[in-house]
Design a protein around this ligand. Structure first.
Ligand code: 4NP
Length: 148
């Protein structure tokens, strides 16, 4: 059965669309579907942030078709696994969890324990788009191992 995974960050224009695009590209023919969303509605309808798209594109990941949307309560029913980029995302997601819902919510960094990072740094602020992509690639590889 297809596993549905949702990546969540704050704006849905840097980290979570990168996580979505990178993991989709690395997933090959595994039976997994991906989406991403932001806890805020600040950038709804926008493509990923230009510098993020440029850095991703240099590695062969095309983020251009993606559009930002806001995370909503219904996502708990629509996905099998929700993955947050940082602790604040995690708290904002949990605040919307419907009573009785058991959908697992994890930090993306849980899947790359060797990196010693507890959060995916936000390149919108750090400007280190490649550093974020390095970590996202490692987290994606770790996540996909659980589907082998
Ligand atoms: P993201 O980064 O959560 O990784 O998409 C951000 C993008 C934009 C803003 C904040 C974070 N913003 O304040 O507009």
């Amino acid at each position: 059965m297809t596993t549905r995974i949702l990546f969540v960050c704050l704006g849905n224009i840097c980290r979570s669309p990168s996580a979505e695009g990178v993991t989709r590209a690395l997933a090959g023919d595994r039976d997994v579907r991906f989406d991403s969303a932001g806890t805020s509605g600040w950038h709804v309808g926008e493509p990923p942030y230009g510098p993020m798209r440029t850095s991703a594109s240099r590695r062969g990941y095309d983020l251009d078709p993606l559009r930002a949307r806001q995370f909503e309560r219904e996502d708990f029913a629509a996905f099998d696994l929700i993955i947050a980029m940082d602790d604040q995302n995690l708290a904002d997601i949990e605040a919307l969890r419907p009573a009785g819902d058991k959908t697992p919510v994890h930090l993306f960094t849980d899947f790359a324990p060797d990196r010693g990072a507890s959060e995916v740094p936000d390149p919108y602020y750090t400007r280190d788009f490649d550093g974020t992509l390095d970590l996202v690639e490692d987290c994606a590889r770790g996540l996909l191992k659980s589907f082998d």
